[in-house]
Design a binder for this molecule. Structure first.
Ligand code: NAD
Length: 445
């Protein structure tokens, strides 16, 4: 029986990144990844990358639509099959690159479903067994189904199935105005679909608990022609006639119904055989160092509590790798895990929101600046947008909210300061290149 220092079940963000880091910290460690589907997990194959490939195309479409503002008369035809093939190509290139990179690092990869046996081994589908010194469970998450709207891959779709469509549906109803709902609605609407979001809370992105983000999301969806029905639930679905009945008494027709009501953890291996515990919501319980209740077993990514974000999975993997390699590790702290919602324009956040600061009774001051006052934004015809930074009495950045062009890039100027507790004054002493969108940060007052 082959023995590895580390066996990792799951080759997504929480798994492969952990493998890379183990090799970086201690190259002599032998590492095996067992993956039942494709390397790169949901993010690369069915999530972040394919959706951003579509969002990038939607940005190009928007540029065509707005070209007269730049003095260009244009017409365009969207060939969605080509757009789809481009998305597939991008995923394939990244997947192949990642696979080669892992092999070059000396990481072994087996494509199979993994089983966890009570003798403390991992067994693959062909009956091969592997012993491990440490095990990392990084088995991810899946879309939640609504009991009255099971995914059928035809009319009622989950996020993965929606990314496989080769035509643009004429009428789409999306249940759930969360991150997936808003991003899918954005590109489908820009591509020409008639899109309605049905959300049980009164604003989009309710789970952010962030008024700045929620209110701007409403405006952005409206600007992109998306109908948003807040405080509304779907009560029943007539799949035959493609009609949903709403709690308001109204009904909506659809060609495709996308259900995006959240994701849930998938444990996917027999943890009961080795005594690893789950919490009531189905997440594998870990301590701050991503260690489960069993000394040599770790868990990372979406299968553990915390924001379901690929970069949270990376950070989990990093923390687990440090501990496996016997290095001193910081405690996992999700407070500063940033996020961007890739609407057009995108919205980005890190740290505490103003709502958090108020509810926690923390004294703060707000600094603001607008895209409308930024020279480069004017040249891009991107005058709509705002940044808000929340500062402590001691001039530490407590949080940041931005919406506007490239906010997903701009936020990175503030992340090292927030995450390392560096004074905001240091930023004010920094010389910025002019004219850039980045100056929106130096223009804060
Ligand atoms: P979500 O939790 O962001 O949103 C689900 C939404 O569905 C919520 O607003 C909820 O109120 C609503 N909802 C639930 N049941 C409903 C019902 N019966 N009727 C109407 N509305 C209902 O989840 P998601 O959008 O499915 O995304 C899943 C995960 O993936 C999230 O954790 C998200 O952070 C992550 N994700 C992140 C990004 C990004 O970072 N850009 C992109 C996509 C997904």
């Amino acid at each position: 029986m082959k023995r590895y220092d580390v066996v990792i079940v799951g080759g997504g963000s929480g798994g492969y990144f952990c493998a890379e880091k183990i090799k970086e910290f201690d190259h002599s460690k032998s590492v095996l990844i067992v993956e039942k589907d494709k390397i790169g997990g949901v993010c690369l194959n069915y999530g972040c990358i394919p959706t951003k490939s579509f969002i990038s195309v939607a940005e190009v479409v928007e540029n065509f639509k707005n070209s007269e503002r730049f003095g260009i008369k244009s017409s365009f035809t969207l060939d969605f099959l080509k757009v789809f093939e481009r998305k597939e190509r991008i995923v394939k290139i990244l997947q192949t690159g990642l696979y080669k990179k892992l092999l070059n690092l000396g990481i072994d990869i087996i494509f199979s479903k993994a089983h966890l046996r009570s003798d403390g081994t991992v067994e693959t589908e062909n009956g091969e067994k592997f012993q491990f010194k440490n095990l990392v469970i990084a088995t991810g998450s899946e879309d939640t189904q609504l009991p009255f709207a099971p995914f059928d891959g035809e009319n009622i779709l989950n996020s993965k199935e929606s990314l496989s469509l080769k035509n643009i549906p004429s009428k789409i109803v999306i249940i759930g105005g969360g991150v997936i709902g808003c991003e899918f609605a954005t590109y489908f609407s820009i591509f020409g679909s008639d899109v309605t979001i049905v959300e049980m809370f009164d604003t989009p992105l309710p789970s952010t608990g962030n008024t700045f983000i929620k209110e701007n999301a409403k405006k952005i969806l409206q600007k992109n022609g998306i109908k948003f029905l807040g405080s509304t639930k779907v009560v029943s679905i007539d799949n035959l006639n493609r009609k949903v009945s709403l709690s308001t008494g109204d009904s909506l027709d659809f060609d495709k119904l996308i259900v995006a009501v959240g994701r849930k953890p998938v444990v996917g291996v027999e943890i009961e055989n080795v005594g690893v515990e789950k919490d009531q919501k189905g997440f594998i319980k870990t301590d701050w160092f991503k260690r489960t209740n069993v000394e040599n077993i770790f868990a990372t990514g979406d299968v553990t509590e915390g924001p379901m974000l690929a970069h949270k999975g990376y950070h989990d993997g990093y923390i687990a790798a440090k501990n496996i390699c016997g290095l001193k590790s910081e405690r996992m702290d999700y407070c500063f895990i940033p996020y961007s919602v890739f609407t057009i324009p995108p919205m980005s956040h890190s740290g505490k929101s103003e709502d958090d600061l108020k509810s926690e009774g923390i004294t703060y001051k707000i600094l603001k600046s607008n895209y409308a006052e930024n020279g480069r934004a004017a040249t891009y015809e991107a005058r709509t947008g705002e940044i808000r930074v929340y500062l402590s009495k001691e001039d530490k950045i407590l949080g940041v909210d931005i919406f506007g062009k490239d906010s997903d890039i701009i936020i990175h100027q503030l992340l090292p300061l927030i995450q390392n507790g560096i004074d905001y004054k240091k930023l004010k002493e920094t010389v910025f290149v002019h004219p850039t969108l980045s100056e929106i940060v130096s223009e804060l007052r």
